[in-house]
Design a protein. Sequence first.
Length: 336
Amino acid sequence: MAILRPDATTTLNGVKINEYLLTKHNPNHIDMPSVSMAGKIIGVTVHNTDWITVASGTTPAEQYTRATVNNNMKDVRVHYYVDNICAWQNLPHSLSGWHAADGSGNGNRRTIAIECIMSSAYNSVDKKSEDNAAKLAAALLKQYGLDINHLYTHTHWLNVRDGRNGTIDQLNTMYNRYKMCPAYILPHWAEFKKKVQSYLNAGTPTISAPSAKQLYRVRKSWADAKSQLGAYTSLENAKKACKVGYSVFDANGNAVYTNGGKFTKGQKVAIRANTPLFASAETTSVTRRISGTYYLYDGIACKNGRYRITTKPEFCGKTPVGQYVTGYVSWDNFNQ
């Protein structure tokens, strides 16, 4: 099975989220959870799964997602796989998962599952995966109006299942002979919690006057105000209104979502004359101006509606990225 392409890419608390929902993609008809979690979410459950070596052009989170689609993850169904690069969302928040080994208990039925991909080495890559998991957990807790006391371990639900009593953190870390998970985070669970709390604190909004309410604008580019399709107080509503080739921008002009579904890895694109080339998705500094024929390095929409380009089709997806990517170009500079 080929490397998966996300249906949408967003950024949540600094973590790139690739959405690929099993409710939309189930070609092998694997068994799926069916219980709704809508309006019932009580927290976030953190797991660890082992680091794997993957081919160039992908990440472990994508490969775990692909393994799930291929029915190679047995009966495990989680909401997110997170590695040192990004996260892949497998389930909508409205659907329960299979991850806590507590049957119809609150772990499976009422918490969002994060599988953090790490190894026992606890090296810089592992620490980055853990940091991404902490950022994502904080964002999800905040999204549902929950505090740090709603952060759980897999082991917590095993201890609840087995009838043990104690505080939340006692149950989070209490020995369970069935499984101690997240195996690589549990030895420093208190420090991990502090990290999640720090991201919760950093993300605490200030109270603003009604006139200062956040608006999300749907445009082709931030500078192209005439292309605006609408302005929304709800990010989800803005995403729904976002057509292919458009982005959702926050009040500061940052693209928080781009619908670039019509572009693919290796696609040949003719770039208009005098098009600005950027060194990253975020920078406003123009490296130089280009035109002519290029190829999309991976076809994945980045911030500000930009795509990575390269000069030859055989360079697409090759690593190291810096050797093969020419730069970033906004999609609206493609002659189509």
